[in-house]
Ligand binder design. Structure first.
Ligand code: AMP
Length: 220
């Protein structure tokens, strides 16, 4: 199964992707996480990516496509992956089709999580993520706080706030998402793989689990 999660930043696609990955055993590939890792290691790629990420823009297609092409060659990706944050442009979607075609594969389903903008902004501004990459638990300091402030309930590591989770950058990221997503959504609609998911109550504790159940039902 090759699943492409679509949804604005803060729509919950990352959380849903993590749950999907646990349930299916398929690797969760987040281009945002891959770039953040490079930034942390202060590599040339990290420096380049940061110059775009820090102001809410997109890292150029060629760079992003290359890292995904390499990642999809890994042994663990041969039966499928959960892609989160890629593709973000039509050019990336076309490149992904080509990469999968070379391996005799294609995109299985493209769930699109649709959440009201106000909820998204509120969510991102209160987002805290576990600094332990293996864990990656996500909290909302207002609605789903950890038991001990600043500490992950699951693994006890420190919680961190992403540099790009500030109001100015969020507005730019949402603008960029809506500008590019129209073409992406059309692209996947035409292929008959788009599945729009509008949670009844996106603030519910189990909203992500519900979205995942819908996605897995569609894959049966
Ligand atoms: P995310 O963690 O998915 O919200 O991504 C954080 C940032 O990384 C985005 O705002 C972009 O600057 C960059 N990024 C992540 N994925 C992509 C992509 N597929 N294409 C271009 N830039 C990306």
């Amino acid at each position: 199964m090759y699943i492409v999660m679509l949804g604005a930043p803060g729509s919950g696609k990352g959380t849903a992707a993590k749950i999907l990955s646990k349930k299916t055993g398929l690797p969760h590939i987040s281009t945002g996480d891959m770039f953040r890792e490079q930034i942390k290691k202060e590599t040339e790629l990290g420096k380049l990516a940061n110059s775009y990420i820090s102001n809410g823009g997109l890292v150029p297609d060629e760079v992003t496509i290359d890292i995904v092409r390499d990642r999809l060659k890994w042994e663990d990706a041969k039966n499928g992956v959960i892609l989160d944050g890629f593709p973000r442009t039509e050019a990336q979607a076309k490149a992904l089709d080509e990469i999968l075609k070379e391996q005799g594969k294609k995109v299985t389903i493209v769930p699109e999580l649709v959440i009201p903008a106000q909820i998204i902004i509120e969510r991102i501004l209160n987002r805290a993520t576990c600094s332990n990459k293996e864990c990656g638990a996500i909290y909302n300091t207002k609605f789903k706080p950890p038991k001990v402030e600043g500490i992950c309930d699951v693994c006890g590591s420190k919680l961190i706030t992403r540099n790009d989770d500030n109001e100015e950058t969020i507005k730019k990221r949402l603008e960029v998402y809506h500008k590019n997503s129209k073409d992406l959504i059309e692209f996947y609609k035409e292929k008959g793989v788009l599945k729009t998911i509008e949670p009844e109550d996106p603030t519910a504790d189990n909203a992500s689990e519900q979205a995942v159940d819908i996605i897995l039902k569609c894959c049966e």
